[in-house]
Design a protein around this ligand. Structure first.
Ligand code: PRP
Ligand code: URA
Length: 209
């Protein structure tokens, strides 16, 4: 069974409350989502392996540590996942970015795929799938399935908010994928929106409603 990591750092929680606020407009919403993504990326990468290297300071030589192991790939689920990309890239500037385009059919709540472009060496990378919202879990599960079909073996999911229903689905379909979230909310409403949630993440990021 995968682990759900709830990032309780005060800065993350403070900013998440501002993101939830219905009076936060698109510019502040975008800035805050980027900032929280950067802070969360710090936790998501906590288990990265290190190796010893020699470095010469202005004073003398010493053994330092450097990140080793698999390179990182970041895969936002379009569109709302785009809002989290820059925060992560500020911490991991060498990460390659793939895109998976999915939207949730408003009637069936099932994900519909419309775009995909991944790094050529995607299967050699540790992939962080990003999407602010894990609601029914259908979109994240489909994106992860898509990556696995292309040979990816190391995947983490990073979101801002998760519903218990989405966590359950993801743990059932992808028990190898750890989930990193800033909060686990109460439940979904009859339209598949997270309660209390933050509304429609894509619309709030891009001002489309
Ligand atoms: C939202 C969100 C997730 C999905 C979550 O995207 O960004 O991708 O819904 O719901 P699920 O867990 O029930 O699948 P949406 O389909 O609204 O598309 P958008 O990002 O283009 O606005
Ligand atoms: N997608 C969103 O943007 N918000 C929700 O609450 C659920 C799915």
């Amino acid at each position: 069974m995968s682990t759900v990591h709830v990032i309780t750092h005060p800065l993350v929680q403070h900013k998440l409350t501002m993101i939830r606020d219905k009076d936060t407009g698109p510019k502040d919403f975008r800035d805050l989502v980027e900032e929280v993504s950067l802070l969360m990326a710090y936790e998501v990468t906590r288990d990265m392996p290190l190796e010893e290297v020699e470095v010469e300071t202005p004073i003398c030589k010493m053994k330092g540590q450097t990140i080793s192991g698999k390179k990182v790939g970041v895969v936002p689920i379009l569109r709302a996942g785009l809002g989290m990309v820059n925060g992560i890239l500020r911490l991991i500037p060498t990460a390659k970015v793939g895109h998976v385009g999915l939207y949730r059919d408003p009637e069936t709540l099932k994900p519909v795929e419309y775009y995909c472009k991944l790094p050529v060496d995607v299967e050699e990378r540790e992939i962080i799938v990003i999407d602010p919202m894990l609601a029914t879990g259908g979109s994240a599960a489909a994106a992860i399935e898509y990556l696995k079909e292309r040979g990816v073996t190391h995947i983490k999911l990073m979101c801002l908010l998760a519903a218990p229903e989405g966590i359950q689905l993801l743990q059932r379909e992808h028990p190898d994928v750890d989930i990193f979230t800033a909060a686990v909310d109460e439940r979904l409403n009859s339209h598949g929106y997270i309660i209390p949630g933050l509304g429609d993440a894509g619309d709030r990021l891009f001002g489309t409603k």
